[in-house]
Write a protein of this length. Structure first.
Lengths: 242, 506, 244
């Protein structure tokens, strides 16, 4: 970034800080009381009490997740291990004639070893492995994006992916088909079990992107007629492992 | 600043246009009914809906009551995450900040996900004025943009258009004839907008919720366009109303429970994204630079106003539109402002601080309370509509005829004797107009009323004229009261000595 | 115990038969109604249109009329609902505010009183017709009167309750709304009577004469042959029918 830009941003920043003071003081004045500087007691934080203890046993979590994800138009397969996941993905790649597969980086997907088992001409790329490549474009041309989910919630049928250097947000977004591997121990009952972790990690420790995905991209904007695959992946598989 | 959509200047005139548009009425009715049923089914299936609503309301009440604390915390945390935070008191300021960023980044194009705030600011027009292309990427918004219109529903912007109209709009854009097939039309938009996402310099979003304790912003959507907008371009600008704050991620669970169910009947939108700052150093996607512009634009006028502060609790789900029988018949454009339906009828005059000029939309309600019942955070919109009407009258801006009529009403009803006399006169006078026990005359202020109904005649003898005879009759034929009923009544009378307020008021 | 009738202006001037039915029905159950003649109108037309000063003038007649009543019952959920707005209306007049709060605590819509206070759910009526029910907005949404009328009807012999499609939708009356926004209101009431006709009911019953006047007026305008009555009338007619 050129220096002029840097100084422009710095100037905006100092103006914003001054403005913040006036803006926040204005709110307190409108509320007709002195400014509140200490954390107020929040007796209604989060879901109602009865909800906080609600938890399904693992078999029911799997059933409900499957039911919810399917009713949103997604596909679910329960597989015993990563070997089964590898053959499942290879099978789908052959069936759909996928050419470009993009996967996240990380030890679990490294162990999956998709690269080693998919025959030519299928190419498997690993997100951000070589710096400098235009990874967003690589994601846009990919037929399959393969991710390893950080969490899943059965009650809403959602999978959660967190971003980092090896885990691009584009991998779950730009390819035509999304394959999400969900280890069963990461499948929770409620959203709140997942969201609580973000409160606990707090500012500074959160990833830039936290994405809950609950099926294929959809729209009902034309005459309320459901259309699948508007901008994001139109075909989404959740592979529950274990 | 207000774009009224059509040349008609009053709600009544605009409603007239809508009422004569059969297609519009059918389309709006069909979709709102579906959404309303979906919402009811989702609430029922989730269970304990009233407790969740109450919880949602309490979280919003609490946040707004301490908005200075939470908004300040949010701004500090967002900055710590590397976000450039800006504050805009007016629409004008927000536009200026946005344009400055666009100019400094040498932007040629902006891709936008759905944002009602940017509609308030008329930001697309402003961007175009400095030669920046602004592309709406939500399917419905894209259609509306091609048509050169404004959204007529918070959630379904193109609710008033059918597939044939949409096919025409998209065909013109494609340069070829596209059939009116939803999948084909959506497929065209996917391809077309893919190019736009990949070449855009700036991604622009609204904000569903902003989490104070971590400085994160949260977006709910189904298409994936908001994810595109926050992932692909190098610069992200988020415009958020200053009231979008919630304290924590734990509170987000409640909002995530209420919002999708109330909006579309979904358990969850396809995507819920929490964005915390620009991309990290080693990330290969996500914006390099992120701005959040916090907008007041009339919101703070509600703070400290006991009758309207709750308006800031709104989570923009659109459930009140779907439940509203008036919206169903006239659609969104008849309301004339950025926001339509019951929430728009209150929010538009409230944000503009010019109650008197906008009061006619406050009149476009039968005060049936369906909006309040549907609202996931229990905003008493039906009561606020009455407060708006009162404020107009108090400001001396009421209609002369109505004001005179109400004075007459109070004069007659202010005492039983005058009332009795007036009633007798009316009983006599009506003989001129009553035919077959009804009145069908279409004259004067009742012309509209009589265009749809036969008015019943006054009774020959009013209840109060009959009372003496009736009282004699019931006293002579009186049954003995059941002692258990008697005891129950005594008990009820005693109980209410302790209770606060009245029974009822659900 | 003093159980007073708040007749409402429509009930007084247009539909005295509703008040008569209420009085007879209660007398059959051992309660003689009291009727304070100083009452006029609850003030709702002025209140809803924003003319609160005028609303207060008429509301005072109601507050005075029922000052020493133990229970105040009305044939209209909307007018009783208006009494629930009195504390807000008089929030800056402490003396009247206290009266307003007292009145609110002892005011009931007719079926609410019958079921909640007296504990009566079967009045011993028979009414061998196909009936449909329009739950008026203010009664059901603001007072929470939902189950009471249904329970009373379920216990009427021979009565066949048929569902009214989209029953909970407003009929489009809304007081001055029906005059000021006549075409929107007209569209709403026409949709309502479409549904009434679709239900194939012989009788439409409700708890609010304003809504019923609106619906009946439109039915008559369209030439629809459905009898429109208040539930009190139905019950009283059903009891005298049963007695015969």
């Amino acid at each position: 970034m050129p220096d002029t830009e840097r100084s422009w941003l710095a100037e905006m920043e100092s103006r914003s800080l001054a403005k913040q003071e006036a803006f926040i003081n204005g709110i307190a004045a409108k509320l007709q009381r002195p400014r509140v500087l200490d954390k107020p007691a929040h007796p209604f934080r989060g879901a109602p009490d009865f909800w906080q203890t609600f938890e399904w046993p693992v078999t029911e979590r799997i059933e409900r997740f499957t039911e919810n994800f399917r009713s949103a138009g997604g596909h679910v397969s329960r597989l015993p291990d990563l070997d089964a996941a590898r053959s499942f993905i290879a099978g789908k790649a052959a069936e759909m004639e996928a050419r470009h597969i993009l996967r996240q980086d990380g030890p679990e997907l490294e162990a999956l070893n998709l690269e080693g088992c998919l025959p030519e001409p299928v190419r498997v790329a690993v997100w951000n492995r070589e710096p400098g490549d235009n990874w967003k474009e690589r994601a846009a041309e990919a037929d399959f994006g393969v991710v390893y989910a950080d969490y899943a919630a059965a009650y809403t049928g959602s999978i959660t992916v967190l971003s980092d250097a090896g885990k691009g947000r584009s991998v779950s977004l730009l390819p035509t088909v999304l394959m999400a591997i969900v280890p069963v121990e990461r499948l929770k009952t409620r959203l709140g079990e997942i969201l609580g972790d973000f409160d606990r990690s707090g500012t500074g420790a959160l990833p830039a992107g936290i994405h809950f995905i609950s099926g294929p991209s959809r729209s009902a904007d034309i005459e309320n007629d459901l259309t699948i695959g508007v901008h994001g992946p139109g075909i989404v598989y959740a592979l529950i492992i274990g | 600043m207000i774009d009224r959509g059509t040349t008609a200047s009053t709600v009544k005139e605009r409603a007239q246009l809508a009422l004569n548009d059969d297609f519009l009425r059918k389309a709006v009715k069909f979709t709102t009914e579906r959404l309303r049923n979906g919402k009811e089914a989702a609430a029922e299936q989730h269970g304990n809906w009233e407790e969740w609503r109450e919880r949602g309301k309490q979280i919003r009440l609490h946040t707004i009551a301490y908005l200075d604390y939470y908004l300040n915390l949010f701004a500090d945390n967002a900055r710590a995450n590397g976000v450039h935070v800006h504050f805009a008191e007016t629409a004008d300021e927000a536009v200026k900040i946005t344009l400055a960023i666009a100019e400094h980044r040498g932007a040629r194009s902006v891709v936008k996900s759905k944002s009602m705030v940017t509609e308030e600011l008329h930001l697309n027009r402003a961007l175009e004025s400095i030669g920046v292309e602004a592309v709406e990427t939500d399917l419905g918004e894209y259609i509306i943009q091609l048509a050169g219109e404004t959204p007529s529903h918070i959630i379904i912007p193109a609710i008033h258009k059918n597939r044939y109209q949409i096919a025409d709009l998209l065909s013109a854009e494609a340069g070829e004839i596209l059939p009116p097939d939803t999948a084909i039309l959506a497929g065209f938009v996917r391809r077309k907008l893919r190019e736009k996402f990949l070449e855009a310099d700036i991604g622009m979003t609204g904000c569903n919720f902003a989490i104070a304790e971590t400085g994160s912003m949260v977006l709910f959507e189904n298409e994936g366009n908001a994810r595109m907008v926050t992932t692909v371009p190098k610069t992200q600008i988020t415009l958020m109303g200053m009231e979008r704050i919630i304290p924590s991620w734990a509170d987000l669970e409640v909002m995530a429970t209420l919002l999708p169910r109330s909006a579309t009947g979904q358990k969850m939108t396809v995507y819920m994204s929490g964005i915390t700052g620009p991309k990290r150093k080693h990330d290969a996607d996500g914006p390099e630079e992120m701005h959040i512009i916090i907008v007041d634009n009339g919101r703070s006028l509600q703070l400290g106003d006991p009758e309207f502060q709750e308006l800031l609790n709104c989570i923009r789900c659109g459930a009140c539109l779907n439940a509203c029988p008036v919206y169903r018949h006239i659609g969104g454009h008849a309301y004339g402002g950025t926001y339509s339906g019951p929430i728009g009828a209150v929010l538009t005059p409230a944000l503009n601080g010019n109650v008197a000029e906008w009061d006619d939309i406050a009149n476009a309600s039968s005060l049936c309370g369906a909006c309040y019942e549907a609202c996931p955070v229990k905003i008493p919109l039906h009561e606020m509509l009455v407060y708006l009407r009162r404020r107009k009258v108090e400001a001396g801006r009421g209609s002369k005829a109505e004001s005179l009529g109400m004075k007459g009403f109070a004069a007659v009803m202010g005492g039983a004797r005058r009332y009795r006399t007036a009633l007798k006169l009316a009983q006599l006078g009506q003989k001129l107009v009553v035919r077959d026990g009804g009145i069908r005359m279409k004259v004067g202020p009742l012309k509209g009323w009589s265009s749809y109904r036969v008015t019943p005649a006054l009774a020959d003898r009013s209840f109060r004229q009959r009372w003496d005879t009736l009282e004699q009759e019931i006293r002579s034929g009186l049954s003995e009261i059941d002692p258990t009923v008697q005891k129950r009544m005594e008990q009820k009378r005693q109980e209410r000595g302790q209770e606060q307020g009245g029974h009822g008021h659900a | 115990m003093k159980v007073s009738l708040f007749i409402t202006c429509l009930g007084d001037a247009l539909y005295p038969r509703v008040g008569e039915a209420m009085a007879r029905l209660l007398a059959r159950n051992g309660v003689v109604l009291d009727f304070p003649r100083v009452q006029t109108c609850c003030g709702q037309p002025a209140f809803n249109s924003g003319y609160w000063k005028e609303a207060r003038t008429t509301a005072r007649t109601i507050l005075e009329a029922f000052e020493d009543s133990d229970f105040v019952i009305s044939p209209s959920g909307s007018c009783t609902g208006m009494i629930h707005h009195y504390p807000k209306l008089f929030e800056n007049e402490p003396v009247w505010l206290e009266k307003a709060e007292n009145l609110q605590r002892k005011s009931y819509e007719f079926t609410q009183f019958l079921v909640q206070v007296m504990g009566i759910t079967d009045v011993g009526a028979s009414f061998p017709f196909k009936v449909t029910y329009h739950p008026s907005c203010h009664g059901s949404r603001l007072l929470g009167v939902r189950e009471e009328p249904l329970e009373l009807m379920r216990n009427v012999k021979g009565l066949e309750l048929v569902p009214l499609p989209f029953a909970e939708d407003c009929c489009g009356f809304g007081g001055t709304f029906a005059v000021k926004m006549a075409d929107i209101s007209g569209a709403m009431v026409t949709e309502k009577t479409d549904h009434v006709l679709e239900s194939e009911a012989e009788v439409l019953v409700g708890l609010d004469m304003a809504c019923l006047m609106n619906i009946a007026g439109n039915l008559r305008y369209r030439g629809g042959a459905v009898r429109v009555i208040h539930l009190a009338e139905l019950l009283e007619e059903g009891v005298s029918r049963h007695d015969r």
